[in-house]
Design a binder for this molecule. Structure first.
Ligand code: SF4
Length: 471
């Protein structure tokens, strides 16, 4: 499904490189490959070893760095970059990352993917102690905690600050002399390490390595702090209280199909989800189609297992301007028509299985079902390659509030009626875990499933703010 239509959005993506003469250029390409993780703002901070230089702005990566602005970063050997998503209220230039802080002891740049669940409490504490926060982003909290820590070495100050954070975070931290990489103790967001000649590369998704020609080394571990400088790389831990709780939605929906997470290719995982769905919810039909782009792999899997031919029943118009990627309900609804079209020659007179990866509010599904019927489909059977999303996400995915999530207050049969389908079925939570087949033990195999089950891997505080209000 199309993120901007569904109301289910990733919050950010990060990319960093240390030890390459064209660090800014490579970061620009890396950010391009992570553009699907955020289209509202982008930024790069580079260093030549003596100073940090930032270029950032609102819009897509090529809009921000067009007109020669990439050259403004100079010829640094290291850089970190960020792409960001934000709806009204959380936007604004001051929140575009990386954030850059200058002090007498040196400069510090920060890029963050995720969402802290205790940010409000920490902000309150910091303000009580005299800190003046310049942004509404969670990320700034880390900078103030680092600054206030009593330790001498930066790595100890960073560890001390990280130990106070709760929630989801993949952080890149850069000074003139080193780059640090940290992943939260639950490993909620993906973050991988690669190598490009002698340079180290870090990215939210491995697809960025393929784009810049880097070789994948490994995924960053929960609770790990990597320190990279001219002497090389070494790994430390800022906590030993860790577990694995990788976001399930990264496999189902957010990550690019050519990325691998914990050794599992995202396209392959989606295809398995589709096969499992076909096993759990078979239906007699003439064609299977997927909602582009993220549901195509699952639809192929469904078709393969069911023996019903896969056809291109819906196509995406790739040339619609960003005018229609506005996060308001009215434009989102208009956007469905602008962005998707049924292929009449494929669906006319046919019983269609429409595979989608998730249902958030239900409005988009209803419009697509109607679109297929208007194009002549005799039956439309909707199959969803994830369990119903019943709970909001506090970890960096804008899944909307309880009230907006249709599955939190409606049965499957009620939802079927609302979206106007002949039948509707979701994947079971157990089937999802089995299909993704992560290489870990336990009931969830190291996946966060909180938006389906309500079992959050961290504490949630009464004043925890949903991601769409910040980042
Ligand atoms: S609550 Fe859902 S969307 Fe959020 S991190 Fe967990 S699995 Fe991902």
């Amino acid at each position: 499904m199309l993120a901007e239509l569904k109301g289910l959005n990733e919050e950010c993506g990060v990319f960093g490189i240390w030890g390459h003469p064209e660090a800014s250029q490579i970061t620009y390409y890396g950010l391009h490959s992570l553009q699907h993780r955020g289209q509202e703002g982008a930024g790069i901070v580079s260093t030549d070893g003596e100073k940090l230089v930032a270029v950032k702005g609102e819009g897509l990566v090529n809009e921000v760095f067009g007109n020669g602005r990439l050259q403004d970063l100079g010829a640094g050997k290291a850089a970190i970059g960020h792409v960001r998503y934000a709806t009204a209220g959380g936007g604004g230039y001051e929140n575009v990352q990386p954030l850059l802080f200058h002090s007498q002891s040196g400069s510090l740049a920060l890029a963050h993917n995720g969402n802290l669940v205790n940010a409000n409490a920490l902000k309150h504490q910091l303000e009580t102690m005299g800190s003046i926060l310049q942004t509404t982003s969670d990320t700034e909290v880390l900078a103030h905690l680092i600054k206030r820590s009593g330790y001498t070495l930066l790595k100890d100050r960073v560890k001390n600050a990280l130990s106070m954070l709760k929630g989801a975070y993949a952080f890149l931290i850069m000074t003139e002399t080193e780059m640090m990489v940290a992943l939260d103790p639950n490993g909620l967001r993906p973050l991988s390490l690669g190598k490009l000649n002698d340079a180290y590369v870090v990215a939210s998704e491995t697809c960025a390595f393929d784009v810049v020609g880097a070789e994948f080394i490994r995924d960053i571990e929960p609770g790990e702090l990597l320190i990279i400088d001219n002497g090389g790389l070494h790994s430390e831990r800022f906590t030993l209280h860790t577990q694995r709780a990788m976001c399930s939605m990264e496999y189902i929906y957010f990550s690019r199909p050519d990325s691998n997470i914990d050794g599992i290719n995202v396209h392959t995982a989606r295809k398995s989800l589709g096969k499992q769905l076909a096993m759990e919810s078979a239906v007699e039909a003439d064609v299977v189609t997927g909602v582009p782009d993220s549901s195509i792999s699952a639809a192929i899997g469904y078709a393969e297992l069911s023996g019903i031919p896969y056809e291109l029943g819906l196509i995406k118009n790739r040339y619609v301007g960003r005018t229609f990627i506005q996060p308001s309900q009215a434009l989102r609804e208009q956007g469905v028509k602008m962005k998707l079209s049924p292929v009449r020659g494929v669906v006319e007179g046919k019983r269609v299985v429409m595979v989608d990866d998730s249902i958030v509010r239900g409005t988009t599904s209803r419009r697509i079902v109607k679109m297929l019927r208007d194009a002549g489909a005799t039956e439309v059977h909707v199959r969803i390659s994830s369990p119903p999303i019943k709970n909001p996400c506090f970890y960096g995915i804008d899944t909307s509030t309880h009230e907006e999530l249709i599955a939190s207050s409606h049965s499957v049969e009620e939802m079927r009626e609302i979206i106007g389908a002949d039948s509707l079925a979701f994947l079971s939570p157990g089937g999802m875990v089995e299909a993704i087949d992560r290489p870990f033990d336990g009931e969830t195999r190291g996946q966060c499933m909180a938006c389906f089950t309500g079992k959050y891997p961290t504490e949630i505080f009464p004043d925890t703010v949903l991601p769409h209000e910040k980042c």
